[in-house]
Design a protein around this ligand. Structure first.
Ligand code: GDP
Length: 309
């Protein structure tokens, strides 16, 4: 199918739809802009969880069971580090470590995250364009009843237990879109907001000022990460509930209010569609197989074609 698309993505949910899109669109027609608000340093290494999830997935290197990390992974390096007294709350696999080592080495030598990502994609045989949202650090801070927590502290170390009261994106005031992001948006016929966590995977991208302004004039379609009031994985539904918003596909549509040209929700939520006052597509949005990733991608692209007519 010929359609120039920019997809905004976080990690696991985003990567699944991106993988589906990659099976249908020519590689030159798909650019993925990935959240870097979750990036952090651990063991003095620079780790980009969402970028790596998207890249490993497209390269066929991802662990199919977890959706993140690498297939055929071993854990000897981290086990050894922990035995020596190192922090144990974030697991780094041996193969994955190679990525962080080389990324950190290049950053220290003065390369930008977008240059490094481009080189890594080439080495992994990824033909689509994968871009970090920004080369400037933007850090998602989760505000909780127990104080402010850096995203990975909240997500991994504290297992999403503290009650969320809000979010902040440190550094966003001065952050600019990474090279290539605005050009890709300008050339795109539509922007797809993947079924990623709206609060901590998509909002960090949307608050980068020049990205927000660039997508304003575009056809934007979002796919709900919430099915039947629940997330497939992760804390998005819990976050809505703690912020006193009933978690639902409708709440996701509300979240992106004023931006969207269309919204995609699951068959299970069909009765919510009539309360969403933009064009909707109701379909099977659970991507629990490779075929279903491609099928949802095709449905979303056909929906965009109808909207763009
Ligand atoms: P993370 O950074 O790895 O948490 O990645 P994302 O934010 O991209 O993904 C988490 C979101 O993806 C959760 O809110 C899930 O509900 C959603 N998700 C995961 N798998 C699926 C799926 O198969 N279909 C849909 N519609 N959403 C999914």
């Amino acid at each position: 199918m010929k359609l120039k698309i920019v997809a905004l993505a976080g990690g696991v949910g985003g990567a699944k739809l991106v993988h589906g899109l990659a099976q249908i669109l020519p590689p030159e027609d798909l650019t993925v802009v990935v959240n870097t608000g979750d990036d952090f340093e651990h063991y003095s290494l620079y780790i980009c969880p969402d970028l790596d999830t998207v890249c490993y997935t497209l390269a066929g290197l991802a662990n199919p069971e977890t959706g993140w990390g690498r297939v055929d992974e071993t854990w000897q390096a981290i086990e050894n580090a922990v035995r020596l007294g190192g922090p144990e709350w974030f697991n780094l696999g041996d193969r994955d470590l190679g990525t962080h080592l080389e990324r950190t080495r290049r950053l220290k030598a003065g390369q930008t995250l977008s240059q490094i990502t481009r080189d890594f994609c080439k080495s992994w045989g990824i033909r689509q364009t994968i871009l970090p949202m920004s080369d400037h650090p933007v850090r998602t801070i989760v505000e909780t009843g127990e104080g402010d927590l850096a995203f990975q502290e909240y997500f991994v170390h504290r297992r999403c237990e503290p009650k969320v009261t809000g979010f902040r994106f440190e550094g966003v005031e001065t952050a600019e879109a990474a090279p290539g992001v605005l050009e890709a948006i300008d050339a795109a016929e539509a922007v797809i907001i993947c079924p990623s966590n709206p609060w901590v995977s998509i909002d960090p991208i949307l608050v980068v000022g020049d990205i927000r302004r660039a997508i304003e004039a575009k056809t934007i379609v979002a796919v709900s990460p919430i099915i039947g009031g629940q997330t497939v994985k992760g804390p998005a539904a819990k976050m809505y509930a703690e912020l006193d918003i009933q978690p639902s596909a409708r709440a996701v549509a509300e979240h992106y209010r004023g931006m969207l040209s269309g919204f995609v929700l699951d068959n299970m939520d069909a009765e919510l569609a009539s309360n969403i006052n933009i064009p909707t597509l109701t379909t099977d949005t659970l991507m629990d197989s490779l075929t279903k990733r491609a099928r949802l991608a095709r449905d979303v692209l056909n929906f965009i074609r109808r909207i763009n007519k």
